[in-house]
Design a protein around this ligand. Structure first.
Ligand code: SF4
Length: 848
C-alpha cells in the first residue's frame, strides 16, 4: 500500500510504510538535490537503498517539474494577472527549498537524473525497483553498447565492440542493415527528440526488454535507446558511460546541471582507475602491422578491380587518381606501418630490469609514455589525425572483408592512443582541460579555476608506465581473461598466415601498462562539467574519510545508516580453529597445508547439518577454492558434503554463470534436498549484488582474507604511489592501509549477501583466525560488529547455530515450495514458482 510522506517540503510516495532509516536516507538524498551538494550515503544491503533513492530523486524531479509549470503559467498569465494557484505552488516549493538550505532557480527546468551502476544486471534490478513505485510515468531510458543491443547477426559475431561500432557505421551509411532501415522508417522525421513511435508508450525497458522488443519489431534497439535518451527524465547507464570521458562524449551524455547517482559505489575508486588506464602488448602491435599489410593488399586489389572496371590500364591511371575516392593511400598505410615498427623497436629496446618496487620489469612516471610514443612520431598534435586514419582503415577493411575481419590489433592500438591522449579523441574543452595530457604545462584557466590537475603534473601525479614480459597466452585490459589479439581471417591464405602469425605464437611478449592510480581524475572530470549533485551510495562506503580524500571532491552530506533488522536476526562467529583444533588461516604460509584444507572441508560438512537451506561459502581466490575442492574430493569429504547439500561452484566464465546460479536456486527450493551450497569467490559475481534472500542464503562462510595479489605489479605500484602521495601531501591512506582495506571491503561485500530485508535472518561464519582481533572487528560493517563472538572451539558452533535458526524460523516463518522465489532477479528460471517471496506480515522484499 503506497505511503505518502512529506520530507524536506517535498511530497514523496513510497510503495509501503518506510522504515525510519529509509526516511532518513530519503531526507539526505533530498537535501543533496535541493542544495546542489554532493553526498556519500551508506545504507546496509537489504535496507531498501535503491528504492528509497529512486523515490526521493523522482519525487524531487516531479516537484521541480511542477515548479517549472507553475512558473510558466504565472509568466504567461493574461494581462499580468497572477495565477493564484501557481503563485501558491511556487511559494510552497520555495519554502521547502529554504528549509533544506537550497537555492531557488526559477528559470532552469527539472534536471535529469543519471543513474549509474556497475553492471547492466544491477541496472535491471534498479529498474525493477522503479516499476514498484508510482513514478513509472517518468520517461526512462537505458544506454548500452552495440555489444549488448545490436541484433544484426553478422555484426554480433565480430570480436570487439570497436569492430562492431565501425561495421555498424558502414552499414548505416550504406543503408545495408535491415534493422536500421526499419528504425529509420518508424522514427518521426521532424521531431528528433521523440523516440520511435512504438516506444512512445513510456514502458520501462531494460536492455533485455529492448533487445526482445527490437527482435519482435525488427527495429534496431541500439538506435531506439539513443532516441529514448533524448527525452528521458532518468537515464540508466553503466559506470563507464559516465566515468570514461571518451565513452561519455561519444554517447552525448549531457551533465551540465543534471544529477549523477552512482549506486553500488563501494568499488568506485577502482572503476575510476580502470576507466583511465590502458594497455598495449607487443602481440597487439604485431597484429596491427599484420592488419595494415592486409589493408595494403586489400587496397591494391580494389585499385586493380576499379581500373579493370573502367577498362583502363595501370599506366593510364595514376595511383593518386585511383585512390581518389578513398580516405587513405597505400603510402599512408606504409607510413603508418613505419610508425608502428618504430614503436615496436622502441618498446623492445627497453631493458627490463630484474626488479623494482613493482617486481620484474621497467617502471617510469606516467609522462614517460609521451617520450616513448614520440619515438614513433606519435605526438599530441598528430594524434587526432592518426586516430581518424585508424578508424578509416577499420571501416575500409570491415566493408571489404565483412565478418572475416576482426581488426583487433587496430582497435587496441586506437584505444591505447586515445587513452594516453584522451582530449584528441573528442573535442570537449572541459574534458581536455581535465585530461592532464595536453602539451601545455600550465593548464587552461578553466582548469585552474576548477582546481583540476594541470597537464604534465597530472600525468606525473596520476600515472605510472610499466613494461614487463609476460609468458605466452592470454591477457586482457586488466591483465585478466580476454583473449590476446585474435587470429585475423581475411581470406584462406591470410587465415593460414595469421594462424602462424603474431597472435598464435604463444611466445613471451611485452606488455605495456599505462596505469592511472588516482580515482580523483575521473571524478574531478565529472564535476568539471557542472553536475548539480553527485550522490555516491552503497551498502558499505567505510571508511568514508578515505573515500573522500581519494576522490578529492567535497561531500558535505553524509549518512551511515543502521540496518533494519533487530539484533537477534544476525549471529556472527569467528572460527579460528577447525575440528580437532586445526588452525584456520588462508594466509600465504598456511593455505597449501592439506590439514588446513581438509579442516575447512570438515567445517563446511558440519555446517551443512545445522544451516537450513542455502549456504554460501566464499574463498579469497579461485585458486584456493580449486585447491580445497581437490583436497575434499581426494578424501571423500566432498561426497559427505554433497550428500547433505548439492554443491555448486562459481564458474569463471560468464556464460556458465547464469546456469549455475539458476540451478542453485532450484535446488534450494527442491524438497528432495536439504538446501544447497554455493562455493564462490570474494569479488566474484556471487559476492557482488546478487540476491540471496531468506532461505537462498541462510549463512555466509568467509574462509579467509582476500588481499589483492601482492605479486601483481599494479597492486605494488598502487601501494608505492599511495606512499609517495602520503609523503608529499601528508594526506590519504598509506599503501599498507589501502591493501588491508581492499581485503575487508571484499569480505563485507560477501557478508552483505545474507540479510536482504527486514524479516530476513542469517549467520556469518568467519573461518580464519585473523578475524579474531579487535582491529579486524572494527573493519566489519558497523551493524554487525555487536554480534561478533570468537568461538573457543569449533565444536561449540553447530549447537549455537541450531538454536539461532530454530528461534528465528518461528519468529520469521518463510514459506517454501510453490510460493518461494525460485528465480533470481534478472535471470530466467524455468520453475513455475512465483518470483519473489512474500512473507505473511512483512513488507515486500527489499533489495540492495
Ligand atoms: S543498425 Fe543496429 S542492428 Fe544494425 S548493425 Fe547497427 S547496431 Fe546492429
Amino acid at each position: 500500500m503506497t505511503s505518502q510522506l512529506r520530507i524536506n517540503g517535498i511530497d514523496v510516495s513510497f510503495p509501503f510504510e518506510p522504515y525510519p532509516c529509509q526516511v532518513e536516507y530519503m531526507r539526505k538524498v533530498l537535501q543533496a538535490l535541493q542544495t546542489g551538494q554532493n553526498a556519500l550515503l551508506e545504507s546496509p544491503t537489504g535496507t531498501g537503498k535503491s528504492l528509497s533513492l529512486l523515490c526521493a530523486a523522482l519525487a524531487w524531479q516531479a516537484a521541480m517539474k511542477a515548479r517549472q509549470q507553475a512558473f510558466n503559467a504565472q509568466a504567461s498569465s493574461a494581462g499580468g494577472e497572477k495565477n493564484s494557484a501557481a503563485v501558491e505552488l511556487i511559494a510552497e516549493l520555495e519554502r521547502g527549498f529554504a528549509e533544506s538550505g537550497g537555492a531557488w532557480d526559477p528559470v532552469r527546468g527539472a534536471p535529469r537524473i543519471i543513474y549509474a551502476s556497475r553492471t547492466h544486471s544491477q541496472l535491471s534490478q534498479a529498474m525493477h525497483e522503479l516499476k514498484r513505485t508510482v513514478y513509472t510515468n517518468h520517461k526512462v531510458a537505458i544506454i548500452g553498447s552495440r555489444d549488448q543491443l545490436c541484433i544484426n547477426e553478422d555484426v554480433q559475431q565480430l570480436e570487439s565492440n570497436a569492430a562492431k561500432m565501425v561495421n555498424c557505421k558502414v552499414r548505416v551509411e550504406t543503408r545495408s542493415c535491415q534493422y536500421y532501415l526499419q528504425y529509420d522508417l518508424l522514427r518521426p522525421k521532424n521531431d528528433k527528440d521523440s523516440a520511435p513511435a512504438p516506444l512512445l508508450s513510456n514502458k520501462i525497458m531494460d536492455i533485455e526488454d529492448l533487445v526482445d522488443y527490437g527482435k519482435r519489431t525488427k527495429c534496431c534497439p541500439y538506435f531506439m535507446s539513443r532516441d529514448q535518451k533524448e527525452s528521458a527524465d532518468i537515464i540508466f547507464m553503466p559506470y563507464n558511460y559516465l566515468l570514461d570521458p571518451k565513452v561519455r562524449y561519444r554517447n552525448k551524455v549531457d551533465l551540465e546541471g543534471n544529477v549523477v547517482i552512482l549506486d553500488e559505489a563501494h568499488n568506485i575508486e577502482q572503476v575510476c582507475e580502470d576507466g583511465a588506464s590502458v594497455e598495449l602488448s607487443s602481440v597487439d602491435l604485431a597484429q596491427c602491422i599484420f592488419e595494415i599489410d592486409a589493408a595494403v593488399s586489400g587496397l591494391m586489389k580494389k585499385i586493380t578491380a576499379d581500373q579493370q572496371a573502367s577498362s583502363l590500364s595501370l599506366e593510364d591511371l595514376s595511383g593518386a587518381e585511383a585512390q581518389e575516392s578513398l580516405d587513405f593511400t597505400v603510402s599512408d598505410l606504409f607510413a603508418l606501418k613505419g610508425q608502428l615498427l618504430a614503436l615496436e623497436k622502441a618498446i623492445d629496446s627497453i631493458p627490463l630490469g630484474s626488479g623494482d618496487s613493482a617486481g620484474p620489469g621497467f617502471t617510469k612516471p606516467g609522462a614517460y609514455v609521451l617520450e616513448l610514443l614520440a619515438q614513433a612520431d606519435i605526438t599530441a598534435p598528430r594524434v587526432a589525425h592518426m586516430l581518424d586514419r585508424l578508424d578509416k582503415i577499420l571501416a575500409f577493411m570491415s566493408s571489404t572483408q565483412g565478418r572475416l575481419f576482426r581488426g583487433t590489433g587496430l582497435s587496441r592500438l586506437s584505444e591505447f592512443i586515445a587513452g594516453v591522449f584522451p582530449q584528441s579523441s573528442y573535442c570537449d574543452p572541459a574534458v581536455s582541460s581535465a585530461s592532464g595530457s595536453s602539451s601545455s604545462s600550465s593548464g587552461s584557466s578553466t582548469q585552474r579555476r576548477r582546481g583540476l590537475p594541470s597537464s604534465s603534473s597530472g600525468l606525473a601525479q596520476c600515472y605510472k608506465l610499466h613494461i614487463r614480459e609476460v609468458s605466452g597466452g592470454h591477457y586482457g585490459r586488466s591483465g585478466a581473461t580476454s583473449a590476446p589479439a585474435a587470429t585475423v581471417g581475411f581470406d584462406t591464405d591470410a587465415s593460414a598466415a595469421a594462424s602462424s602469425g603474431p597472435a598464435g605464437s604463444g611466445k613471451p611478449y611485452r606488455l605495456l601498462s599505462y596505469w592511472c592510480f588516482s580515482p580523483a581524475k575521473a571524478m574531478l572530470n565529472l564535476a568539471a562539467h557542472g553536475v548539480r549533485s553527485i550522490i555516491l551510495t552503497s551498502g558499505t562506503l567505510y571508511p568514508m574519510e578515505a573515500l573522500r580524500q581519494d576522490l578529492q571532491l567535497p561531500f558535505p552530506i553524509e549518512l551511515s545508516n543502521p540496518h533494519v533488522i533487530d539484533r537477534d536476526q544476525i549471529i556472527t562467529a569467528v572460527v579460528p580453529r577447525g575440528p580437532n583444533s586445526v588452525r584456520l588461516s588462508s594466509g600465504y604460509e598456511n593455505r597449501d597445508s592439506l590439514d588446513y584444507q581438509r579442516a575447512l572441508g570438515e567445517c563446511v560438512a558440519s555446517l551443512c547439518g545445522c544451516v537450513p537451506h542455502g549456504l554460501l561459502v566464499f574463498f579469497p581466490s579461485y585458486s584456493l577454492m580449486s585447491r580445497c575442492l581437490d583436497a575434499w574430493r581426494s578424501s571423500r569429504l566432498f561426497d559427505r558434503i554433497s550428500s547433505r547439500k548439492p554443491v555448486f561452484v562459481e564458474p569463471r566464465r560468464k556464460a556458465e554463470f547464469a546456469t549455475a546460479f539458476a540451478d542453485y536456486y532450484k535446488r534450494v527450493c527442491d524438497p528432495q534436498y536439504a538446501g544447497a551450497i554455493f562455493l564462490a569467490v570474494c569479488r566474484g559475481k556471487v559476492s557482488e549484488g546478487l540476491d540471496f534472500a531468506d532461505h537462498f542464503g541462510r549463512a555466509v562462510v568467509v574462509t579467509g582474507l582476500p588481499y589483492p595479489m601482492w605479486t601483481d605489479p599494479r597492486v605494488r605500484l598502487k601501494q608505492a604511489w599511495l606512499d609517495e602521495q602520503r609523503l608529499a601531501t601528508g594526506r590519504g591512506l598509506t599503501g599498507k592501509q589501502w591493501y588491508k582495506q581492499q581485503a575487508y571491503r571484499a569480505v563485507n561485500q560477501a557478508i552483505g549477501r545474507v540479510l536482504r530485508h527486514r524479516n530476513d535472518y542469517g549467520a556469518v561464519l568467519l573461518c580464519d583466525e585473523r578475524f579474531a582481533t579487535e582491529e579486524s572487528r572494527r573493519q566489519l560493517p558497523a551493524w554487525l560488529q555487536h554480534s561478533v563472538t570468537v568461538a573457543k572451539t569449533f565444536e561449540s558452533v553447530p549447537d549455537r547455530l541450531r538454536e539461532f535458526f530454530a528461534s528465528n524460523s518461528v519468529k520469521y516463518p518463510t514459506r517454501m515450495g510453490r510460493k518461494c522465489a525460485c528465480r533470481p532477479s534478472n535471470s530466467r528460471c524455468s520453475s513455475t514458482a512465483s518470483r519473489r517471496p512474500r512473507l505473511s506480515s512483512a513488507p515486500p522484499q527489499l533489495t540492495s
